[in-house]
Design a protein around this ligand. Structure first.
Ligand SMILES: [Zn+2]
Ligand SMILES: [Zn+2]
Length: 154
């Protein structure tokens, strides 16, 4: 049996090509373009709200889906194993083994790219754009690409 199992989760982007992110420190949602996040010039992504560098910007949606997929995979694997045992012992007078009922599937919720009230903001320091909470746009935010403070009023 192969020991490594890979799960693929497609994270959808919105109509403008932005991907939804969530800061693990303050829970703030914002959006960045994949080409910016993958750029060699950008070492870290800073949260526009708290200015910290989150270890991961995976949204709760994606984590929930990943957990459900893993749960289902484990249940399937255990059930298959039980079935195999059942077959193996089916002609054995001394051991009786029943696999039991197939476990119920965990719901795998879809991942949404939509938190529609985020607005595009161009950070002139890096000449890159992100989508942020309109309240941040009107007040103070941190550039997701360099961490610089922006006093927004564009
Ligand atoms: Zn934050
Ligand atoms: Zn910047």
């Amino acid at each position: 049996m192969n020991d490594i199992v890979t799960f693929k989760i497609a994270i959808p982007s919105d109509n403008d090509g932005y991907v939804l992110l969530q800061c693990e420190y303050c829970g703030e949602y914002f959006k960045c373009a994949p080409h910016d996040m993958e750029s060699d010039e950008i070492l870290h992504i800073y949260c526009p709200s708290c200015g910290l560098i989150s270890e991961s910007y995976i949204t709760e949606d994606v984590i929930r889906l990943a957990n459900a997929m893993i749960e289902n995979y484990i249940q399937d694997t255990l059930y298959d194993f039980s079935k195999k045992m059942e077959r193996q012992f089916s002609h054995n007078k001394f051991v009786k083994y029943k696999a039991g009922r197939k476990p119920k599937k965990e719901y795998e919720p879809p991942v949404y790219s939509t938190i529609e009230d985020l607005v595009e903001y161009n950070y002139r320091c890096c000449d890159r754009s992100a989508k942020i909470n309109p309240l941040l746009k009107m007040s103070v935010s941190f550039c997701p690409f360099c961490g610089g403070v922006e006093f927004g009023n564009q």
